[in-house]
Design a protein around this ligand. Structure first.
Ligand SMILES: [Zn+2]
Length: 146
């Protein structure tokens, strides 16, 4: 059973629809929000992956600048030292700490890992649910192998 990516209703056979430049699996009611499409399997799969990436677009916590600044100060690092450690320009770090600039994914990862913090809003419950299912499946497989 799949879920409609718009309303969350369970649908046995989701319909692919192009909605605002994304390809989504939707139910028969939500298909009206966009344009129904029919794609060859492989292409559909690729586009679905792309759509997933778009869905996974990060939303930063509102006070990410403060969190970074406070954590850095707790670690007794100057802004210059911190910038050097993660190989970024101090100017960029300064702007990020002022919440004046949003780090891109790559930089965000570096900052999060280095400071051991999380700056993302948890907005991807749907994806997390899928990941959980996958994890369960893997565990089941392991048990079977034993
Ligand atoms: Zn729906």
């Amino acid at each position: 059973m799949s879920e409609c990516e718009i309303c969350g209703k369970e649908v046995p056979i989701p319909i692919k629809a192009k909605i605002e430049e994304s390809i989504l699996n939707v139910c028969d009611k939500c298909v009206h929000f966009g344009e129904k499409i029919d794609l060859p399997q492989r292409a559909a799969k690729n586009i679905k992956l792309l759509a997933k990436v778009e869905l996974n677009e990060i939303i930063l916590l509102e006070n990410y600048g403060n969190i970074i600044k406070n954590t850095r100060e707790k670690m007794k690092l100057s802004r210059t030292e911190f910038a050097q450690k993660i190989m970024e320009k101090e100017n960029i770090i300064r702007r990020i700490e002022m919440s004046d600039l949003k780090p891109d994914n790559k930089l965000l990862d570096k900052i999060e890992i280095f400071l051991n913090i999380n700056l993302k809003e948890k907005n991807e419950q749907k994806l997390q649910k899928k990941d959980t299912k996958k994890a369960e499946l893997t565990m089941g497989d392991v048990v079977e192998v034993k």
